[in-house]
Design a protein around this ligand. Structure first.
Ligand code: 4AD
Length: 456
């Protein structure tokens, strides 16, 4: 009741406060500033001192409230995740004291903008009561406020920037293909279908076919689009919606494609480590990350089969993997983790790969295809050279039991000036899981979608 009577007023004699974001705090020391943000941490020291670590998405700032500033009703009932606005001066912390960025804001006036619940309903109770992953996922809108989750999201933004910088530096142009489509790319079993004004349609599995059609228009092209897969299993690396970075290059050879993939990954790592925020976030999220040596190891599918045999890695029924078998997630991962470095796994049998893949000139059983495998995750990229010949493509549709009719626009690329070309798709969340050493791709996107979850 006493506290309710205490009203704070801003001292008009003080210099006008400059509005800043926390990220710019170091440049704004020793002048009067105002900052708005969320109460990240709160520590009360006696009745005349409070420390608030404020968060505004650009950083963390320790704020010191003293005397009357701590006596108000708002001060006594302040809870974490409340929004407040503070006014005061940023000073270096005294030697021997620690605070984010080595400084703190000495508050002369402050106000509450939006109070968060305290007690049983407090933010920390809501999330800590139960570490059940479902509870955390239901509360993803709150868990993203955490230091790790927000660092991953920042890194994701930086990595996207890095990919775009790579494409810009190599003259590859961005396009935005449709996501509502009427053709499959990667097999019918993972299609999400829906009614499009009464017609059957799907959410796209890959923008590849559209990228191929833009080569004669704008040349080498890429897209960063969402792809959708109705995956019917729960794994660490499958989402039903993911961010797909796809590139398509004209007049290239298979070796050019492999070189391009290696250059792209190297460029992106260089970009991240050249960036101040990138370095800080890597030190926070994955301090032991080892930059892979170049050139990356290249390994043929037949040699992977031989490797599995040699290391006695068998199928569930105890029989060995043979030429023609798909190498599932678990053995692929064991091989990659044992070898412990990136692998460009090439030349997969045609039967286990998509219809559009070009066969090798020296061995028609296999295709000019590549998966990039990374330790800890396994496959992060799938790519190939494409069938450039019209009749060969028609034969491939028939072999796969696909009706060529809806693909007319794709097929006609082979009629109106075909070219040797190839491309790939990289799963952004898998790339991040590797780079940031996350246990699952679910941590590497904003609101993960997988079987059984479409909320929030
Ligand atoms: O190997 P995929 O199926 O290849 C394609 O879609 C080609 N059409 C791409 C192209 O050539 N333009 O998928 C490519 C990558 C995979 O290596 C993986 O990183 C990611 O997409 N991916 C998934 N990521 C998360 N959840 C899923 N369910 C994924 N399915 C594929």
């Amino acid at each position: 009741e006493e506290a309710k009577k205490i009203v704070l007023v801003e001292d008009k004699a003080l210099p006008q406060a400059m509005k800043i974001k926390i990220g710019k705090a170091t440049a704004s020391r020793d002048v009067r500033v105002t900052v708005s943000g969320w109460v990240h941490r709160l520590r009360v020291q006696g009745k005349d001192m409070m420390f608030v670590v404020l968060r505004d998405g650009t950083g963390f700032l320790q704020c010191v409230l003293t005397g009357r500033l701590c006596h108000t009703y708002d001060a006594l009932t302040l809870s974490t995740e409340s929004t407040i606005q503070v006014f005061g001066t940023i000073k270096k912390v005294p030697a021997g004291k620690n605070a984010p960025d080595g400084h703190e804001l000495i508050v002369d006036y402050w106000k509450v903008l939006g109070k968060a619940p305290s007690g049983d309903d407090a933010f920390t109770n809501k999330l800590n009561k139960d570490s059940n992953p479902d509870v955390l996922l239901d509360n993803r809108h709150l868990t993203i406020r955490g230091e790790t989750a927000s660092a991953v999201l920042k890194m994701r933004a930086l990595v996207l920037q890095a990919f775009r910088a790579f494409y810009q530096s190599t003259g590859v142009t961005e396009v935005n293909p449709p996501l509502m489509v009427q053709t499959q790319v990667e097999g019918g079993s993972t299609l999400f279908s829906f009614k499009y004004y009464g017609e059957d349609a799907y959410l796209t599995q890959s923008s590849q076919l559209y990228l191929e059609t833009v080569l004669p228009s704008i040349g080498d092209a890429y897209t960063i689009s969402e792809s959708f897969r109705a995956e019917k299993s729960h794994t660490r690396r499958h989402l039903s919606q993911y961010t797909h970075i796809e590139g398509e290059l004209g007049f290239i050879t298979f070796d050019d494609l492999l070189d391009h993939l290696e250059q792209m990954i190297t460029f992106v790592l260089d970009y991240v480590f050249a960036d101040e925020l990138g370095k800080t976030l890597m030190a926070e999220l994955n301090p032991d990350f080892q930059r892979p040596k170049t050139p990356f190891r290249r390994m043929k599918y037949v040699d992977a089969i031989a490797w599995l045999k040699e290391h006695k890695i068998t199928k569930e029924d105890g029989t060995s993997y043979e030429f023609g078998d798909d190498i599932p997630e678990a053995p692929e991962r064991r091989m990659t983790d044992t070898i412990g470095e990136p692998i460009l796994l090439t030349r997969f049998p045609a039967e286990i790969k998509a219809f559009y893949m070009k066969r090798c000139g020296d061995d028609k059983r296999v295709t000019e295809s590549v998966d990039v495998l990374m330790p800890g995750v396994g496959e992060i990229v799938g790519g190939s050279m494409r069938i450039a010949d019209h009749d060969e493509l028609i034969a491939a549709y028939h072999r796969e039991g696909l009706d060529p009719a809806p693909y007319y626009w794709y097929t006609e690329q082979r009629k109106f000036g075909t070219c040797e070309h190839g491309g790939y798709g990289l799963g952004l969340e898998r790339f991040l899981a590797w780079l940031l050493n996350r246990y699952t791709v679910r941590e590497c996107c904003l609101y993960p979608r997988f079987m059984g979850r479409c909320t929030p």
